[in-house]
Write a protein that binds this ligand. Sequence first.
Ligand code: FAD
Length: 285
Amino acid sequence: MKISGLLKERASFSFEVFPPKIEQSLEPLKETLDQLYRFKPDFISCTYGAGGTNKGRSTELCDMIERSGHDVMPHFTCIGNTKQGVHDFIGEYVSMGVENVLALRGDIPHGLDGTNGDFNNASQLISFIRENFPSLCLGAACYPEKHMEAVSLEEDIKYLKLKQDCGAEFLITQLCHDVEAYESFIDQIRKKQIHLPVIVGIMPALSKDGIIRMTVSNGCSIPRELAEIIGKYGDNPEEFKKAGKEYTIKQILRYKTAGVNGLHIYSLNKYKDIVDILQASDLCR
Ligand code: FAD
């Protein structure tokens, strides 16, 4: 199933998982996936480790998901990748039956001043994959509160338009707790002729340290409502999780009300809390 085709019909619903370290078994993740499949996701996306450190693991995981009869969308980055390497790797995905890929630049590893590969940014990677694998449906990342390195949101949006021009067919947002910032971003990109459907990435607030780390390290804001939960329950993990789940449920409902093209849940490879959140937010299908 091509995600671009699905998004023409209706809003999508999906999960992100990440491959475990090479020395760890895939079994616990298999259990998580079995639980997540119960919600009939349209696809499961699988991240690509920084610098491609766990390339093999990503492929193994994607293969496992694909074989279970579910659509998988591998993420793929420019870091350390040559044209030949990308060709071989994406070719392997295509032969597995993969129809969608999320094409990214990747975070520049500490100590490097570039991607250390043949592509400098996501647009170049998108163009290359589009040319060599024309049947693949390509997604790209977007940042409602601006990418950390961009000097301004306006400039970031200029490069986002380039991703569309190079062949991206849909976008997935970085986590964004501020629904108003998301709505303003949508207004701005539509004014710049970016017409791609936008799927919103939802990061559940399950632990104080986790949500602060993920939010701050991506340069995103923490709205007052979330700050209050952190302030009130930060020293009590159980109470924090309870309030964080309620907050996440509200966020999902706010985004649904905002009329998003899809919801993509960053599962963090967990299922118990995710199941609670989804059941309460009426996302079960
Ligand atoms: P780009 O679109 O290339 O943008 C990177 C920066 O360069 C931006 O500041 C942009 O404004 C600027 N820029 C873009 N084009 C140009 C140009 N032509 N000239 C000058 N400047 C330019 N990382 C991983 O390592 N693995 C993953 O699996 C992964 N999955 C992700 C999934 C989602 C949904 C999101 C939102 C991010 C994910 N990331 C992942 C993180 C992502 O790789 C980083 O945010 C990275 O720093 C930027 O990637 P990009 O594809 O947005 O890059």
